[in-house]
Write a protein that binds this ligand. Structure first.
Ligand code: SF4
Length: 400
């Protein structure tokens, strides 16, 4: 059973840059939640089988694209089935996709293989089959334990179904489980938030992701906020909720290893660490993003068009940009500062043949003087105060 035990921040950076993480986008949902702007669709479940077939072709294409000089398959460290609702695929479909990944890439023996799931779409039988197929980590999208708030969000599951999903996952043998929650929701009080965290901790998940609500254009929440029929939590309440959660979770033994993520020892999410260390990843599926080989590229959004292109054995890429060196350096520093460990200065220098100090010059001096950063011989990280005022620091990383 693989868990997220590897600390990748100090592993030799050149070796990590030769590996890849794989993201598979599954764009199916029963209904659309009121806050969601992801590339997902309700009412297209009959497309699941042709979509899975198309995805298998893209995985094969990506494996060829990513081959090492000499033609050997590239090492893949993690796979993440995201969405959408990947738990709407059958275990057989999921297994076919995993098989395609194993054929196209050299999948590490202890690879972390995560599947995102929604309560209400999980049975013990389905979860046991997923576990047998090779899924070793579950991320259960829960958002709240309050039934009125779940309704406001447009979620179709009840708080009881979160409990059922967790218990079924444990019975199926999952020992690495993430639960996601949101704060700053319309009508959410500190009391709601405390109760949600109480219930979450009582379930002993290995990992928790807590995000403040962001109102995205084009969603019902955006319209309702404009009309004034809902009011999201204000900045002060969100800051209080964040601080309360951080204290509560750290007291319960969880490490806040990234601004929005807490884990028990050995359960940091290796897939997300790939993003936060700005390491290569290949995203496959409709609308999926990749950062690989000095380019950032994304696929066509519409599942039907995606299926059509792959059936014709064409690449589904819609957009592409070259990642300039300065952009990669800025992004690496920015993303690593979001993690609790911060930037490993020798790895940064090894990766870019230029030290962070040379790269940023005097730009960080004012935020250092204001106590927003902490530096040791090898690490630069945000201080506790800096975590609350991260944007002040991040904006100074941008070149003049
Ligand atoms: S289930 Fe997830 S992906 Fe689907 S609409 Fe809701 S938030 Fe979006």
């Amino acid at each position: 059973m693989a868990t997220c035990t590897t600390q990748i921040s100090t592993a030799p950076v050149q070796r990590l840059l030769e590996t890849v993480s794989l993201y598979l986008h599954i764009p199916f949902c029963h209904t659309r939640c009121h806050y969601c702007d992801f590339n997902t669709y309700a009412g297209i479940l009959p497309l699941r089988e042709p979509y899975v077939q198309a995805l298998q072709i893209e995985i094969e294409q990506a494996g060829k694209l990513a081959r090492l000089p000499g033609g050997t398959a590239r090492h893949a460290r993690t796979i993440f089935f995201g969405g959408g609702t990947p738990s709407l695929l059958s275990a057989t479909q999921t297994s076919h996709l995993l098989h395609a990944c194993r054929s196209a890439f050299a999948l590490d023996e202890d690879a972390e293989v995560t599947l995102e799931a929604n309560p209400g779409t999980l049975t013990l039988e389905h979860l046991s089959e997923l576990r047998t197929a090779g899924i070793n980590r579950l991320s259960i999208v829960t958002q709240s334990f309050d039934s009125a708030l779940l309704k406001t969000l447009g979620r179709i599951h009840s708080p009881e179904e979160i409990h059922q999903a967790l218990h079924a996952a444990r019975a199926a043998g999952f020992t690495s489980i993430n639960l996601d929650f949101m704060f700053g929701l319309p009508g959410q009080t500190m009391q709601h938030w405390r109760e949600t965290l109480d219930q979450a901790l009582a379930l002993h998940p290995e990992h928790l992701s807590l995000y403040s609500l962001i109102i995205e254009e084009g969603t019902p929440f955006y319209t309702w906020t404009q009309e004034g029929s809902i009011t999201p939590g204000d900045e002060d309440l969100c800051a209080d909720m964040y601080e309360y959660a951080d204290e509560r979770l750290q007291a319960a033994g969880y490490e806040n290893y990234e601004i929005s993520n807490w884990a028990l020892p050995g359960h940091q999410c290796r897939h997300n660490l790939t993003y936060w260390h700005n390491l290569p990843y290949l995203g496959m599926g409709a609308g999926a993003y990749s950062s690989f080989g000095g380019r950032r590229f994304s696929n066509v959004l519409a599942p039907l068009e995606y299926i059509r292109l792959l059936k014709a054995r064409l690449r589904p890429e819609a957009e592409s940009e070259t990642i300039e060196r300065v952009q990669e350096m800025t992004e690496t520093a920015f993303l690593e500062l979001r993690t609790a460990m911060g930037i490993h200065l020798p790895s940064f220098e090894q990766r870019f043949s230029e030290s962070l100090a040379q790269f940023v010059g005097d730009r960080l001096r004012p935020v250092e003087a204001a106590g927003l950063l902490e530096q040791t011989a090898e690490w630069l990280r945000l201080s506790k105060r800096g975590r609350l005022l991260g944007n002040e620091v991040f904006s100074r990383l941008l070149p003049d």
